[in-house]
Design a protein around this ligand. Structure first.
Ligand SMILES: [Zn+2]
Ligand SMILES: [Zn+2]
Length: 173
């Protein structure tokens, strides 16, 4: 009698496990659709796709306002409470090295992460430190400057500094 009961409990557990595995697989399939190219890009760089990398990428795609690693960590914890700061750094490194995300650096400020891989320029707000994407109007690789002799530019990016719309409004009050 006892052994029968034991078997029933085991079976129930297994059913529960299967259900949760199936749920996880379905969730992965949905998230993958939200993150096109993640699998291919990671694979090309010989990097494994992990739920953490996928999650961090989705965090970056979810709100494209150039968050710092710290901000990514805070947002990532919402959907994955067990994720650590070290893991977030590792995920960001992997996403940068496979070309899905790029780092945006302003002097002396924390590195920010940009998931817009189209060539674009950045506007940095002197007041709040936010970085905004500025669309390019031409796709030339030649910067509109007098290049010194011998230099062969392959790409360029314009950095514009000033006040973002919100800070400009506050400054006018
Ligand atoms: Zn601002
Ligand atoms: Zn950007």
């Amino acid at each position: 009698m006892q052994s029968i009961q034991f078997r029933i409990i085991l079976n129930i557990d297994r059913a529960g496990l299967l259900r949760s595995l199936w749920g996880r697989m379905k969730k992965l399939a949905i998230e993958e659709a939200d993150a096109p190219g993640l699998l291919q890009q990671l694979g090309k760089s010989g990097l494994r796709i992990t739920p953490q990398r996928e999650h961090v990428y989705n965090v970056l795609l979810g709100k494209k306002n150039h968050p710092t690693a710290e901000e990514v960590f805070i947002r990532a914890k919402k959907g994955m409470p067990e994720i650590s700061m070290a893991t977030v750094y590792n995920c960001l490194d992997a996403l940068v090295s496979c070309g899905l995300v790029r780092q945006v650096n302003q002097d002396r400020e924390a590195t920010r992460f940009c998931s817009n891989m189209q060539p674009h320029h950045h506007f940095y707000c002197d007041e709040c430190g936010a970085a905004h994407d500025i669309e390019r109007i031409d796709n030339s690789t030649e910067p509109p400057v007098a290049m010194p002799q011998g230099f062969k530019p392959s790409r360029y990016e314009v950095t514009i500094r000033g006040l973002c719309p919100e800070c400009a409004v506050k400054a006018n009050k």
